[in-house]
Design a protein around this ligand. Structure first.
Ligand code: HEC
Length: 159
């Protein structure tokens, strides 16, 4: 019994080894996958500003989901409103000018949808409705992340 167990394990190892070898062959060694997303060339300060806003987004989404799980619609609305148009005014014009129009549009759509979520959460008091809106907005987060990357001098000088 013990013996058979050992044999199974070694067979598994062989299979993994084969899969690994094949992968290495397909990709010609350890060349990292290319990142084909459009590059936003920003200064380190500008990059930090965007990433800070992003972390506020993630933080806000966490607060919203927590509030919704407690059916606390006012707290959910407050968290949503903090991610609305309110956030946009803090972007300096110099940075705003560097961002492509599609990027700004997608950003504006996301901010606007959080304002809508805040209003609906207060008036409709419907957890499912707000969750549904949040899910639709998260698709926009994902689609922007799939399209853009940020590179400042810190990153580009490495190559
Ligand atoms: C208009 C474009 C856009 C939208 C919309 C957007 N992001 Fe981002 N986000 C970015 C870019 C660009 C980066 C940097 C990615 C990179 O350089 O690899 C980023 C990075 C992040 C990061 C990493 C932060 C860090 O410190 O490294 C988090 C977290 C994040 N976004 C969360 C979100 C969430 C949550 C949403 C939606 C509520 C969202 N983002 C919407 C463009 C966007």
């Amino acid at each position: 019994m013990k013996y058979r167990h050992a044999a199974t394990i070694s067979l598994l190892c062989l299979n993994l080894g084969a899969a690994y070898a094949e992968e290495g062959h397909d990709h010609h060694g350890h060349v990292p996958a290319t990142d084909n997303r459009a590059v936003l060339k920003l200064t380190p300060d500008e990059r930090m500003m965007i990433l800070e806003e992003m972390r506020l987004f993630l933080d806000g989404v966490q607060k919203m989901t927590y509030s919704l799980s407690k059916q606390d619609m006012q707290a959910a609305a407050d968290a949503a409103r903090n991610m609305g148009q309110k956030m946009v005014h803090e972007v300096p014009p110099a940075l705003r000018a560097k961002l492509p129009q599609e990027f700004r549009q997608l950003g504006a759509t996301v901010h606007g949808s959080f304002d809508q979520m805040a209003m609906d959460a207060e008036t409709l008091q419907d957890v499912s409705h707000t969750l549904n809106q949040l899910s639709a907005t998260l698709k926009n987060c994902a689609s922007c992340h799939a399209t853009y990357q940020i590179q400042g001098p810190v990153l580009t000088n490495n190559h």
